[in-house]
Design a protein around this ligand. Structure first.
Ligand SMILES: [Zn+2]
Length: 257
């Protein structure tokens, strides 16, 4: 009888609905340096990855043509993190980026929202409020990028580059790699050309530099154009994130511990 009771309890336990609270949901760490966010890569030689955010919105919806033309002319490999809202408002500029063979277009979210599961704010911008909103923010921009380039973006940099740890884990479960940076290149397109150039010259192989391509009025283009010849003379080569970090090879990257 006791054995039968045990068997019944086992059956009940095995067939009961499974409620698996996601342990990551309770992980509320918040910021730019969150475990699982890739911030650099293991270089094969002397590669540096230049990344340019194209944020869109009322204060940043233009494309820095001087910067893009210089990168394109010199066949510099570069990764552009574009938002869905920017692609929608600037279809010709988006097509121009997609047409350059050395450019890689990755995901900066549909509406440039910080990656939160609880609506936290960064720099005054409200983050996504739950899992559904975060996944929609990523998916909607990914669909636009796919229709532009024919490829699914693998990397996602949230609006403001702020992440909640639980959000990074959720992204990973859904095959999306959160991408930060190791070198601050233009501080949100606020630095002078001189400052941008100095930041770029501080980059070492394996670094991911974060810059912006949506503020033609800033010092970014001049700083980048000023730094490139010196970087090339030092033996630096440029790479996209897609080339630097093969899919499924987490070991080749350095993320925040
Ligand atoms: Zn941005």
């Amino acid at each position: 009888m006791r054995t039968l009771k045990r068997i019944l309890v086992c059956i009940l336990l095995l067939t009961a609905p499974a409620f698996h609270p996601n342990p990551a949901d309770s992980d509320s760490r918040w910021g730019e340096r969150i475990p699982g966010v890739v911030i650099s890569f293991r270089p094969k030689g002397n590669e540096v990855a230049l990344t340019f955010d194209v944020c869109g919105g009322p204060r940043g919806s233009r494309l820095d043509r001087k910067l893009v033309d210089a990168l394109s002319r010199d066949r510099i490999a570069a990764t552009f993190f574009a938002t869905g809202r920017w692609i929608r408002s600037n279809p010709d500029d988006a097509a121009l980026l997609a047409s350059c063979p050395t450019f890689d277009i990755q995901n900066h979210g549909m509406n440039h929202r910080p990656a939160s599961l609880t609506g936290r704010r960064a720099f005054g911008i409200a983050g996504t409020r739950n899992r559904t909103e975060l996944l929609a923010e990523v998916r909607d921009a990914a669909l636009l990028i796919r229709s532009l380039t024919g490829r699914n973006p693998r990397f996602y940099r949230s609006g403001t580059n702020f992440y909640e740890a639980a959000a990074v884990a959720l992204l990973r479960e859904n095959g999306v790699q959160a991408a930060g940076y190791s070198v601050l290149g233009d501080a949100g397109a606020t630095w002078s050309a001189r400052h941008v150039k100095a930041a770029l010259l501080s980059a070492r192989p394996g670094d991911i530099v974060i810059l912006h391509a949506n503020h033609p009025e800033s010092g970014t283009a001049e700083g980048v154009i000023g730094a490139l010849p010196e970087m090339i003379a030092r033996g630096i080569r440029f790479t996209t994130l897609s080339d630097a970090i093969p899919s499924g090879r987490d070991a080749s990257t350095r993320s925040v511990p």
